[in-house]
Design a protein around this ligand. Sequence first.
Ligand SMILES: *[C@@H]1O[C@H](CO)[C@@H](O)[C@H](O)[C@H]1NC(C)=O
Ligand SMILES: *[C@@H]1O[C@H](CO)[C@@H](O)[C@H](O)[C@H]1NC(C)=O
Length: 496
Amino acid sequence: MVAWSALPAALLVLIALRVHLQFATAETPSNASVAVVHTVITTECLQFYEWQVIGLAYSWRRAGQPGPLTRLLSCTTENLQGYRATDAVATVVVPNLRYNIALDDNYGPYNRPGALVTWLQVAQPEEPYVLILDADILFRKALTPMSLGAEPGWPVAPFSADLRNVDAKLAERHISKVPQRNNTLAGPRMRRADLVGGFIMVHKDDLAQLAPMWLQSTAVLRMDPEAALLAGETSGRAGQRAIAAEAIGYTFGAAAAGLQHRADFGSIAMPANLLAGDPAVLHYPKWWQAGESSFWFWKMWYARFDAFACPPWDLARPHPRSGLVARPPPLSTLSSRGYYRQRDLLSLEPAVRLNAALCERHRRFCPASAQLVRECTKAERMEAALDEELEALEAELARTPCEDTHELCKEWAKAGECVQNPGFMRYGGNPSAVSLRRPQRRVSGDCPAAFRVLGFLSLAAILDVTVWLGAVLLGALVAWQHLRPALAKRRIESRP
Ligand SMILES: *[C@@H]1O[C@H](CO)[C@@H](O)[C@H](O)[C@H]1NC(C)=O
Ligand SMILES: *[C@@H]1O[C@H](CO)[C@@H](O)[C@H](O)[C@H]1NC(C)=O
């Protein structure tokens, strides 16, 4: 009986704990004055990047990416004379390292690790994580360390099949001291370097250690006369400097810094893997065209595009020099359905998004004119129609159940094919042969799915259930104690 009378007190304690937890949780957003991630773009002092940055900044804001956005602008003093940089994003000017005097090497990508090295010295970011992007990226959804599974010591970057060749002889030549990795988290077993590239979500302490090694590795690879050939560059001849030295330098630098990656599958879409479903970002370094759509977008057509010019614009040119990029065909011209329609809509998205971003700017800075209003109204309507269709389509596809569409799917996944051949594993390689359903395999067998499920069992949820059970028990007990004398009395009364 003593135990039962302690029940109300125990309940009170549990409720107090739950209330405390509620407030402790509620405090987190107010403490979130320091966001978890700082997004950084690296560009050179070239007008070519300004329209890209306007597009990226616009999409970053619309996607609700948390934390600040900073552009690192690598300029020589000479470049900076009269240079017009967009005010769409906070910009930090850093030295231009394109020309490496000591090595007599002219290579723009030195600026990527180089700008980060300088930035970490001059501006200590408060946010624990840094997301590193090229300018030719457009956000569709937020990318956070939590959504990607990044942790200290474990950066996350997209799986890059392009690097498949670098892990044999080239890694042996440059990072033979790095222990081999016997997992398939970011490449085949027994690799030394992870096959990743595209964007990088990394803890700032790891980045501080990594960035100088990345720069160093890049320079060493540029000087290795065998690198281009060993990396499998098609134009590679002995003695030619590797074009991909910076991308390889990143993975070798990270390996030498003792960092391992969890490769990301599906957050980034490039034309080459445009089947990848519902990406968070679009990357357009190359030709952008997909599926049924006959529309092509190539950033090099806009190498001299002036993002700041007000009307009149010559939009009759195939590739305009100012105003807007070439307008994609109306969505109604696409006849595809399901996954294929999603892919085809994504193939129009870079141009649609860039034009909406440019129009936002034109409307703010240019005097109203008939051309501006007419062209920008069209561009904004197209963006709204695209977003609406994609949202409906994504919701529909998300409801479509997953399934293995090949009897050997599980066997192949176990053999590491999700990492070796992600495109094939997800979509069967031949888009016209696979079903329209969302494929089941999204990550390799090493993904600790069990941990994610456990994540749902929060302390708050456990307390809630306990408090409810306790309250029900207490109610029953009180009712029983009131009813018992009455029942006993009735039993006595009903005796003959
Ligand atoms: C608030 O944020 C800072 C910086 O991320 C962190 O160190 C600190 O522990 C946080 N405080 C609370 C009460 O969560
Ligand atoms: C790598 O891991 C696989 C599977 O766990 C195992 O069979 C193999 O022996 C390991 N190889 C080495 C060299 O550790």
